[in-house]
Design a protein around this ligand. Structure first.
Ligand code: SF4
Length: 192
């Protein structure tokens, strides 16, 4: 039996790949790129994954192209629902590829993250699987959170500081930067 596993980044792939292999599945990775901004960050994550994949003999399909514009257009005016839209886009792309490639299952490393909306990812995966006609493989990979963190650090793997999209980059850095930036004359009497 084989499975197409959507991989968001190398650190998040370590534990799911180990478990899926232990369960007897042949794993093929799929790296989705449109939601990772800017492009230089996307390349850093892709390179980290390629390097890890080589050490563990994991085959990976790297998405072609980089549709940042299409991603932003889907989110615009629906920013509060952006993660739901993003999960759906990534899982739908994975399911369609898995169906086309005649895989038995599809799944995602998003199920490993303690910072993602786990139940929603599961629900979207199952729904997309029914629509496309391929089974979504569910496992609560969060049980291996600490193991994955320690392994990735031990390997010196690149570990990103924000989820992926430009909105999440702002959430990660904007508030903390604003607290430390000293206003410059003549604006130092204004509230920003
Ligand atoms: S924060 Fe993460 S899950 Fe949410 S839209 Fe951005 S990349 Fe997607």
């Amino acid at each position: 039996m084989n499975i197409l596993l959507h991989i968001c980044c190398a650190p998040c792939a370590i534990y799911p790949v180990k478990i899926l292999r232990a369960e007897g599945l042949e794993v093929m990775g799929f790296f989705y790129r449109h939601n990772i901004h800017p492009f230089t960050e996307c390349l850093k994550r892709q390179e980290a994954l390629a390097s890890y994949a080589q050490t563990t003999s994991l085959r990976v399909i790297y998405q072609e192209g980089y549709d940042l514009e299409g991603f932003i257009q889907k989110i615009a005016f629906r920013e509060s629902a952006r993660c739901s839209i993003c999960y759906h886009e990534r899982l739908k792309a994975t399911a369609l590829m898995a169906k086309h490639g005649k895989y038995d299952y599809f799944s995602t490393t998003l199920l490993y993250s303690k910072f993602q909306k786990h139940n929603e990812i599961k629900a979207i995966g199952e729904s997309v699987g029914k629509t496309v006609g391929i089974q979504f493989y569910y496992h609560d990979f969060r049980e291996g959170w600490q193991e994955g963190v320690e392994t990735s650090k031990g390997l010196g793997m690149y570990r990103q500081q924000y989820c992926g999209c430009i909105y999440s980059e702002k959430e990660r850095y904007f508030k903390s930067r604003m607290l430390t930036i000293e206003p410059i004359e003549p604006f130092n009497n204004l509230t920003i």
